[in-house]
Design a protein around this ligand. Sequence first.
Ligand SMILES: C[S@@+](CC[C@H](N)C(=O)[O-])C[C@H]1O[C@@H](n2cnc3c(N)ncnc32)[C@H](O)[C@@H]1O
Length: 205
Amino acid sequence: MSDDAEARARFADYYAAPRVPWDIGRPQPAFVAAGDRIAGRVLDVGCGTGDLAVWLAARGSIVTGVDFLPGPLAAARSKAAAAGLAVTFLEMDALAVGEIPERFDAVVDCGLFHTFDDAQRSAYVSALARLLEPGARVFLLCMSHAEPGTHGPRRMSAEDIRAAFASGWVVESVDPARFEVVPGVPGAEFSPGGARAWFATVRRT
Ligand SMILES: C[S@@+](CC[C@H](N)C(=O)[O-])C[C@H]1O[C@@H](n2cnc3c(N)ncnc32)[C@H](O)[C@@H]1O
């Protein structure tokens, strides 16, 4: 199985379960706190079932969500329709987002970046660079080394984030944050109050 097929199968298994650890039914609090800074044409990469994309659209952004799985995208489209909001959802690989012809004012990444290995991380940042003109920003929530254990996604340091965006970007902030999770999912028990995370803001130069 290719890396890509393996990742799809792994995420499809997660979504087939009755409870999905990260799918809390609302945007992560770190994005809500940053909401006033996220506006205009927004791309949500790895959008899952669309709570953040729909929330941003309700606040007036023009939102495109991307995920490589049709199941969560169908749920995302239903949420947007129920809210009476026009959100574009595309089934595609995140490493191919550089092929999207539009340009964006912001990219939001809630829990995708930390799923990539080093080579994929580099390819992803290059793809984002093609989508964002100078001044546009990436807002990123990823798992921190401060979270104990090894279960769940790959942990990242603030230095990992700075290194990934070393060229062509300014890392404006990397702040401790939390990833809220659905409680009681076996194998997805994290720190009380949510898995320790980083919330990063990165500007295209
Ligand atoms: C941890 S989940 C987060 C979902 C959503 N952002 C949220 O906060 O609920 C990661 C999401 O990225 C998607 N994903 C993982 N790898 C991907 C890839 N290479 N291309 C597109 N989507 C991907 C998964 O299907 C999943 O929906």
